[in-house]
Ligand binder design. Structure first.
Ligand SMILES: [Mg+2]
Length: 269
């Protein structure tokens, strides 16, 4: 039985600055049913508070404690593997804060880890530093593998593109935290204090949300509000070799399903 949900953001609840029809109602429904949920995003530049603010501005109620970013998950992953480790950071505010809050020590001297996310001030100099740190034995951690990001004036390179440059320079493949990796989902599931089979993932992207959810052992709910459409869904299914457990044309259909699910669950007691 599903006890909680992990919900994707871009393409599922909003497009850029525009709320997707039904997104506010979806969150309201979960709140009314007292079903726990977390927002799970590959975005590593925003802090959880920044993500919550963005949702609130669009009329979708959210608190920082409900936000799981790839930056927070990356920092928690390193802190669990090596508490208080010395880490070098290539990234923005969200990643810097996550590293500090996980009790890791930020340094550019002999780091044990290089944690890299999106860094819009990435440079040849930073690439050189990363090459030398990793060559000297630092472990390479990539917050999320997204190669391209949409922006108001067109595509921009994502954290994965910077990661590809570092990987090319070092010959070392990073540990990837964000979707489609199951690591971000596992850290969210841990925060919920549930088992994977008690959690369902809601997302618009077969190759990231649904793949990560399936890899983590969660039930998967695909919404056709973003990347995946009725037309391209079969291509995505054959490319990923994963079939989502449920598919919804829009968020209203998902809300109907959630309401039925909740009433069945309450009957079962
Ligand atoms: Mg999405």
């Amino acid at each position: 039985m599903i006890k909680a949900y992990l919900i994707d953001l871009d393409g599922t609840l909003y497009h850029g600055r525009h709320r997707i029809e039904g997104a506010d109602k979806l969150i309201q429904t979960l709140n009314e049913q007292a079903v726990p949920y977390l927002f799970v995003t590959n975005n590593s530049s925003r802090t959880p508070q920044g993500v919550a603010d963005h949702l609130n501005e669009m009329g979708i109620p959210a608190e920082a404690s409900q936000v799981c970013t790839s930056a927070v998950s990356a920092a928690e992953y390193v802190a669990e593997e090596s508490p208080g480790a010395k880490v070098a950071c290539i990234g923005e505010a969200g990643l810097l804060q996550a590293i500090d809050e996980a009790g890791l020590q930020r340094t550019e001297e002999k780091p044990e880890y290089v944690i890299q996310g999106i860094d819009r001030e990435f440079s040849y100099q930073k690439l050189t530093k990363a090459l030398r740190w990793i060559n000297d034995g630092a472990k390479s951690i990539l917050t999320n593998p997204d190669l391209q990001l949409p922006s108001d004036d067109g595509l921009t390179p994502g954290a994965g593109t910077i990661g590809a440059a570092i990987e090319a320079a070092t010959g070392v493949s990073p540990t990837v935290i964000g979707k489609p990796s199951s690591i971000i989902m596992k850290s969210a599931i841990e925060r919920l204090n549930l088992r994977a089979d008690e959690v369902a993932v809601i997302g618009d992207n077969m190759r990231t949300d649904i793949a990560a959810g399936a890899a983590a052992g969660c039930e998967t709910l695909l919404v056709l509000t973003g990347v995946t459409t009725k037309e391209n869904m079969d291509n995505h299914i054959s490319a990923t070799k994963i079939r989502p457990d449920h598919v919804f044309d829009n968020l209203h259909k998902l809300i109907e399903w959630l309401s039925q699910h909740a009433s069945q669950a309450s009957k079962k007691g």
